[in-house]
Design a protein around this ligand. Structure first.
Ligand SMILES: Cc1cc2nc3c(=O)[nH]c(=O)nc-3n(C[C@H](O)[C@H](O)[C@H](O)COP(=O)(O)OP(=O)(O)OC[C@H]3O[C@@H](n4cnc5c(N)ncnc54)[C@H](O)[C@@H]3O)c2cc1C
Length: 716
């Protein structure tokens, strides 16, 4: 790392209430671990109090990557800064991305073929930002090798030269060099790949990250430097006042705390609109008749089990036969798959459709070996994210922009930043603040200082730091690794909150769900980092809802009871939080569409299968009532020596109870069996229970048949 880029901040003297307290900046000093800021963050009520009392240089609307980046850039210039987000930080598009930090291989192709210098610059800038992110948040981002399968011989030199160009443009920022693979080697590294027609492959490197955590880390770093950061605070209108020349200028915003409903005005010399797909709604608060600049377009992702991709190799086809992009990438121990976006309506709660999910599954099938059955039931979660595709408001034909993003200043001084991509949030923020400082004549004490500025958790982090967590706290290795790679050097503060397990090993750290390394302490820590709702925790603070909807729902009761302790929730509030979170996983994380689509599956079972399943059904239907009740399920589980909570019992029932009458009728059971046969449902606990009951019934039957004649009491 070049010494000139080492601009780390020293903590100390970080004041509450948004008072800028950049105590000292260390230029050219690599000893940044000493500078690790340690103070707890101001509480949310302290942040809200500051929002009411202070007058800010800059108020940023929107707590996605772009808004958080603007807040950090602003405070790094010594400006008094506030940021408000109507939901949680990263609740919008920024938590729903493909998780790639990339320069854009496809843009480079365009730049070369069209000799387009602007496209070239855009790729170059994004590659710089990619490298910067790997440096400022090494605990959250890492290089990922991505394979491009090649199906025609002549494409090998064509793709290879393109990818080599990508390395060359990156220059000193190149993560690792790309290389060509023979067909055999490609299959060795990506054994799931379809072999026929494959000629070889090219592997190149991009970055990958945990997008929501990265977003939160940016917002928290701004808070560390003295910015007022407030989630669940919505801007309901803009306020204006006349300047010295009698011109109406934006002078702040009226905001509402979405938790309490309280409204007040925040005063600021400059307001930045960084609301992503909602950019036009804020522009309309400024001027009623504005040319819309945002054309929303939605991209859907699905999550599949780990066995769909190797642990550390992604696959991407940048131009399928019909011109789309298809990718599947390992992420957090599972596989993310998706494809190109389609136009959509803008909404705060985008949800994937069954057609989107089926389309991705269909595409994946054509890349994977025919012996891998791509099953609908393997989809663990699915989400939709809205991309703000922007155009220039000053061009009447709503032409799209070369640089993908726009910084626009309205007549009344509202600064809007929209479009772009995650990877370039920092350079976009820098451009925005340059415009804001100039337009609003802000008293910046320096230019942007975010290039090379370490994010929350990065200061003392090393890849082997997790070993200390295991040794010092008695955490499981998998848990310690997860904490280290999420919170960086803050993982020690998280571990301190971990409850004793009561077991010999691990000593502390109760898992919230047995399949994931998330622990109790993270929920308590999340509250200290401004998590306010159960959805904040399952979706952004832990990535459970994105990884596995079923597991997220199962972990909810434990999460809510910890949050209830921390936030003093009443019984009613806990119920409300549970209902909200269940709604979220069902509607936004794809659980509902799975349910709806499988309820429509035709019962395509053979006569023998049906008669076998009727026997299985009857084995659970204890007293031959014609339906299976909750008591039958409870009895079945007891027979297997399992004690089970009421919530879990209802979950098992819900797997099969289509008409939601609390009973399982034969047609519902046969429908479940048809879904299992078609691959639409996997791992049904209800069926496992029924199978066990059938086995027991058959064993009893066999015993009855085996009574010898001499013990039968005679009679012959
Ligand atoms: C499917 C998909 C995949 C992508 N993958 C990648 C990728 O792999 N790599 C990459 O670099 N880029 C990727 N992108 C692009 C990237 O995700 C976006 O460019 C980026 O997240 C946009 O961030 P943002 O902050 O502008 O918007 P958002 O994250 O949507 O943030 C805007 C915020 O403003 C808030 N807001 C709205 N109205 C108000 C109000 N009135 N008051 C207060 N707050 C308000 C919203 O709640 C929201 O949180 C992807 C985009 C999509 C759609």
């Amino acid at each position: 790392m070049a010494a000139s880029r080492m601009r780390k901040f020293a903590a100390g003297g970080i004041a509450l209430g948004g008072t800028v307290a950049l105590a000292s900046w260390v230029f050219g000093d690599d000893n940044h671990t000493k500078a690790r800021p340690n103070k707890p963050f101001p509480t949310r009520s302290e942040q809200l109090k500051a929002l009411e009392e202070e007058v800010y240089d800059v108020l940023v609307i929107g707590g996605g990557a772009t808004g958080a980046g603007c807040a950090l850039d602003s405070v790094s210039r010594g400006l008094k800064t506030a940021i408000v987000e109507l939901d949680d930080f990263s609740s919008g598009t920024s938590s729903r991305s493909t998780k790639l930090l990339h320069g854009g291989v496809r843009y480079l192709q365009k730049a070369i073929f069209n000799l387009d210098i602007e496209q070239y610059r855009m790729v170059k800038e994004a590659l710089h930002e990619r490298a910067n992110l790997l440096e400022i948040a090494p605990h959250l981002s890492y290089p990922l090798p991505i394979m491009l399968p090649v199906y025609k011989w002549w494409q090998i030199p064509y793709y290879w030269s393109g990818i080599k160009m990508y390395d060359l443009v990156a220059g000193s920022k190149c993560i690792k060099s790309s290389y060509v693979l023979s067909k055999e080697k490609a299959i060795e590294l990506f054994p799931m790949l379809r072999k026929d027609k494959l000629c070889g492959a090219i592997v190149y490197y991009d970055g990958q990250h945990n997008d929501a955590r990265m977003n939160i880390a940016i917002a928290l770093t701004a808070a560390r430097l003295g910015a007022t950061v407030a989630n669940h605070v919505r801007v309901v209108s803009l306020t204006k006042s006349k300047d010295s020349e009698g011109q109406e200028k934006v002078s702040g915003a009226r905001v509402r705390d979405e938790i309490t409903g309280k409204e007040w005005e925040v005063r600021a010399k400059c307001v930045i609109n960084a609301t992503g797909p909602f950019t036009d709604s804020i522009r309309e608060m400024d001027q009623q008749a504005v040319n819309k600049i945002c054309a929303p377009s939605a991209g859907v992702h699905i999550v599949l089990p780990d066995y769909y991709s190797p642990a550390s190799m992604g696959l991407l086809d940048p131009s399928t036969s019909d011109g789309r992009v298809i990718f599947f990438l390992p992420w957090q121990g599972l596989t993310i798959a998706g494809t190109t976006d389609t136009p959509c309506e803008v909404t705060h709660h985008p949800s994937p459709t069954e057609a989107d999910i089926e389309f991705i599954l269909g595409e994946i099938r054509s890349y994977l070996s025919p012996d891998i059955e791509v099953r609908r039931g393997d989809v663990l979660s699915a989400w939709s994210g809205i991309r703000p595709l922007v155009s220039d408001p000053n061009k009447p034909d709503s032409q799209s922009l070369v640089r993908n993003h726009i910084v626009h200043v309205s007549d009344s001084g509202l600064v809007t930043i929209a479009g772009g991509k995650w990877t370039t949030y920092r350079s976009m923020a820098m451009e925005t603040l340059d415009a804001a400082v100039k337009t609003c004549n802000l008293p910046a004490v320096r230019g942007s200082a975010t290039d090379g500025l370490l994010l929350e958790g990065a200061h003392g982090w090393t890849p082997t730091m997790f070993i200390r967590l295991v040794q010092d706290f008695g955490l499981e290795s998998e848990v310690a690794k997860h904490l280290s790679e999420t919170y960086g050097d803050r993982a020690f503060s998280v571990a301190k909150l971990a409850a004793l397990t009561g077991k010999r090993w691990p000593i502390v750290g109760k898992r919230l769900h047995e399949e994931f390394p998330y622990i109790d302490a993270e929920v308590r820590y999340a509250v200290r980092e401004y998590a306010c709702t159960a959805v904040d925790v399952i979706a952004r603070r832990l990535r459970l809802a994105f990884l596995n909807v079923q597991a997220a729902e199962e972990a909810l009761p434990s999460i809510i009871s910890i949050m209830a302790e921390e936030l003093k929730w009443s019984e009613d509030e806990q119920k409300r939080q549970h209902a909200e979170a269940v709604k979220f996983v069902r509607e936004e994380m794809g659980q509902q569409v799975n349910r709806q689509s499988r309820d429509k599956i035709p019962i395509n079972l053979s006569r023998e299968e049906i008669s076998n399943y009727i026997k299985r059904f009857q084995a659970l239907d204890h007293d031959k009532k014609g339906y299976i009740s909750i008591n039958d399920i409870r009895r079945g589980l007891k027979r297997q020596g399992e004690s089970i909570s009421g919530t879990m019992m209802h979950e098992i029932l819900r797997e099969v109870d289509v008409n939601a009458n609390g009973l399982v009728e034969l047609d519902e059971f046969l429908q479940l069996m048809a879904c299992i046969k078609s691959g639409r449902v996997t791992n049904s606990r209800f069926d496992q229970l029924a199978q066990e009951a059938q086995k027991d019934a058959e064993e009893e039957e066999a015993k009855r048949k085996a009574i010898p004649v001499d013990r039968s009491g005679g009679g012959v």
